[in-house]
Design a protein around this ligand. Structure first.
Ligand SMILES: Nc1ncnc2c1ncn2[C@@H]1O[C@H](COP(=O)(O)OP(=O)(O)OP(=O)(O)O)[C@@H](O)[C@H]1O
Length: 231
């Protein structure tokens, strides 16, 4: 099976200058993701799960190791050493990242944020507007919220907006950091259905989930991470 992502010996250390102390977050992580595959990561709080995803998305720069991504735009490249320009392009055109935390330009409404995601993926403005509305409706974000700035949204509303933004462009590689945290059961099912649809359309995914039941039938493989390493 062709791989979209090959991770070798990935480690991330943080140095806390004030305390002159080092935290080893994840250590010597190696795994590969098949094209169109779905890997689940589970583990206790603080084990290093989010750090692995952030090193792939390059929010964190790995201390050691490589993250070889088979991109459409540049062929195979190491996301650890890729240029800022390449990373920005890949985030726009090929990669999606969902977490509970909102990362949005100031003075951008919820609707515009999702439209921007679709525009990044190459849709015309008209198509992007239509797709954005479909996604916002799908994730049951109340219409009253579409044209306001989302910094005051609740945790669940922010998460649903992040899901709409990431999924509207059907990315090649989707990274999910607890995409169902603080969602009710009905919305969790909607998320699962859309993830299954994206998978059937070829999106490759890595997801962190606390809710093991949620992952049933969705993941091809599940890795357990404990104290920074796979076990
Ligand atoms: N920016 C940072 N600076 C310093 N330490 C960090 C930073 N980010 C993560 N850590 C530390 O790395 C370790 C792993 O954190 P990480 O967020 O990856 O855990 P997690 O498994 O995702 O936890 P949770 O399930 O609670 O979200 C923790 O001890 C955390 O305090």
């Amino acid at each position: 099976m062709e791989k979209i992502l090959e991770i070798q010996g990935l480690s991330k250390d943080f140095f806390l200058h004030e305390q002159k102390r080092e935290i080893k977050s994840c250590r010597d992580i190696s795994f590969a993701l098949d094209k169109g595959g779905f890997i689940g990561i589970v583990g206790t709080s603080g084990a290093g799960k989010s750090t692995v995803l952030r090193c792939i998305y390059r929010t964190y720069l790995a201390t050691t190791g490589s993250v070889i991504y088979d991109s459409l735009s540049y062929g195979k490249l190491d996301l650890v050493t890729a240029s800022e320009r390449q990373i920005i392009h890949l985030r726009k055109a090929e990669m999606g990242y969902v977490s509970q935390f909102l990362s949005i330009l100031p003075r951008t409404t919820a609707r515009q944020h999702v439209i921007n995601g679709a525009l990044d993926a190459g849709f015309s403005y008209e198509e992007a507007s239509q797709k954005a509305e479909e996604m916002l409706r799908y994730f049951k974000l109340h219409e009253n919220l579409w044209d306001i700035y989302p910094n005051t949204f609740s945790g669940g509303e922010k998460l649903r907006l992040n899901l709409a933004h990431a999924m509207v462009k059907a990315p090649r590689l989707l990274l999910l950091d607890e995409p169902t945290a603080s969602l009710d059961n009905h919305t969790k099912r909607l998320v699962k259905e859309l993830l299954a649809k994206l998978k059937s359309e070829g999106t490759s995914m890595i997801g962190i989930f606390h809710d093991l039941e949620f992952m049933e039938g969705l993941c091809d493989k599940v890795y357990n991470i404990s104290q920074g390493t796979f076990c």
